[in-house]
Design a protein around this ligand. Structure first.
Ligand SMILES: Cc1cc2nc3c(=O)[nH]c(=O)nc-3n(C[C@H](O)[C@H](O)[C@H](O)COP(=O)(O)OP(=O)(O)OC[C@H]3O[C@@H](n4cnc5c(N)ncnc54)[C@H](O)[C@@H]3O)c2cc1C
Length: 322
């Protein structure tokens, strides 16, 4: 267990800041998989300043830490997180920016995509309706360059405000979206060491994102959103806890990863409480009591069987935290 010493607790934080720290907090309920042990230290900043202070604190105290958004693409280990988890869920303000030209919508990183798409529908703003039903937060969607119904977040993104580290300095900087920086499920915010959840080095932390929208027909916008949600529901996305697609698709394979898994005869395969969804080859579901270890074992079996039958190496989309 990573212990925050009494000295740090008493002296390092302004009184107000101490309110956003808890110790020994169970993480499973903050993830869509409903899996994972406890965090030694759990921090929930409610403003960009508090986020910046929390980041500076863990850096100064050399506390290992991970960043948690909506937890819909993450697998938290059964033994939990030794160190800190910074959860963005209270950074959830949405603003309509009046530029005098095109309308822009700005949302803080912890805003649920559900709330952002609802906000747009409310104001009759078109552009984000394909993301209705996408679980998780704005920060997670930007970080992952989430893709729904042939549209990627980078297609609608104008800019991002992020905290960048340089030595001991932590500054809020604006990143203007440059298409060349983005790819399928790739964003310029992903660290090159691929330890996506870990806060270390110079990894930027997304504070807010601004999206391009246009005035549209509110009824049509709602209709599209309802259709997207109905389609996901019909495909069984919300039947049991999961982290969405377990593996990335790869055009070079000629088929979606789910089809390769189906053809390898793996639908329904179960290790403990973790199962390849009987209705969707690329979803691993928690049937009730799955452990992270069981999910990892199932992922390895799937990768091996698909490799043996097709020669293709599936790349997990699920992020292993810690
Ligand atoms: C039922 C279901 C359906 C899904 N369907 C889709 C789909 O259609 N398309 C798709 O692309 N994905 C899909 N997903 C996966 C997931 O919802 C997306 O990847 C989502 O964008 C992740 O957002 P999150 O907030 O939950 O991120 P988390 O899971 O919390 O984190 C994901 C990564 O983002 C990083 N991160 C989070 N916030 C920030 C921030 N502020 N700054 C920097 N890094 C940050 C985390 O550290 C982590 O590495 C689905 C998942 C589920 C459960």
């Amino acid at each position: 267990m990573f212990n925050l010493g009494e000295k740090e607790k008493k002296n390092s934080f302004p009184v107000k800041f101490r309110k956003i720290i808890q110790e020994n907090v169970k993480l499973g309920s903050f993830t869509s998989f409903k899996i994972g042990g406890n965090a030694d230290i759990y921090i929930t900043p409610s403003s960009p300043d508090e986020l910046s202070a929390a980041l500076a604190f863990i850096r100064e105290e050399r506390i290992p830490a991970i960043l948690l958004g909506g937890g819909t693409n993450l697998l938290i280990p059964d033994e939990g997180i030794r160190g800190a988890v910074i959860h963005t869920d209270r950074l959830n303000k949405i603003r309509l920016l009046n530029t005098g030209k095109e309308p822009l919508v700005q949302a803080e990183a912890g805003t649920l995509m559900k709330d952002l798409t609802e906000f747009c529908a409310e104001y009759g703003l078109a552009g984000l309706e394909d993301f209705a039903g996408l679980p998780g937060t704005v920060g997670g969607a930007v970080f992952m360059n989430a893709r729904c119904y042939e549209k990627s977040i980078s297609d609608v993104l104008i800019s991002v405000s992020a905290l960048y580290f340089s030595g001991k300095e932590c500054t809020l900087q604006k990143y203007d979206c440059n298409k060349g920086d983005w790819g399928y499920k790739q964003s310029p915010f992903q660290p090159s060491d691929k330890r996506y959840a870990v806060i270390n080095g110079n990894r930027p932390i997304i504070v807010s994102a601004t999206f391009r929208v246009e005035q549209g027909d509110a009824i049509l916008i709602r209709k599209i959103m309802e259709n997207r949600i109905a389609d996901r529901t019909a495909k069984g996305h919300f039947k049991l806890p999961s982290a969405g697609s377990a593996f990335k698709n790869n055009h070079a394979f000629g088929k979606p990863s789910g089809q390769l898994i189906d053809e390898a005869g793996l639908r329904g395969l179960q290790i403990g409480g973790a199962q390849v969804a009987p209705w969707h080859g690329n979803f691993i579901v928690n049937t009730g009591s799955a452990t992270a270890q069981e999910v990892v074992e199932l992922i390895e079996i799937i990768r091996k069987r698909v490799k043996d039958t097709t020669g293709f190496e599936l790349e997990p989309e699920i992020i292993f935290a810690g």
